[in-house]
Design a protein. Structure first.
Length: 58
C-alpha cells in the first residue's frame, strides 16, 4: 500500500501541466493528425491485449 501525502499530491499537481506539455511535444506534435489517429489505433490494440491478460476479480 502506498500513501500519498498532501505535499506529494501538491507536487504531482504542480508537475502535471509541464508533464502533459512535454508528452504532447515529444509524442504528438511531430506527427500529422492521421499519424496520431493511427498511433491511437495501435495503442487501442495494446490495451485490448493488456485487458485480456489482466485478471479481473469475480
Amino acid at each position: 500500500m502506498v500513501r500519498l501525502t498532501q505535499t506529494g499530491r501538491r507536487a504531482i499537481e504542480e508537475a502535471a501541466p509541464r508533464h502533459a506539455a512535454t508528452v504532447r511535444r515529444l509524442f504528438f506534435d511531430p506527427f500529422t493528425d492521421q499519424e496520431v489517429r493511427q498511433f491511437g489505433e495501435f495503442l487501442d490494440r495494446v490495451l485490448t491485449q493488456v485487458d485480456a491478460e489482466t485478471v479481473h476479480p469475480a
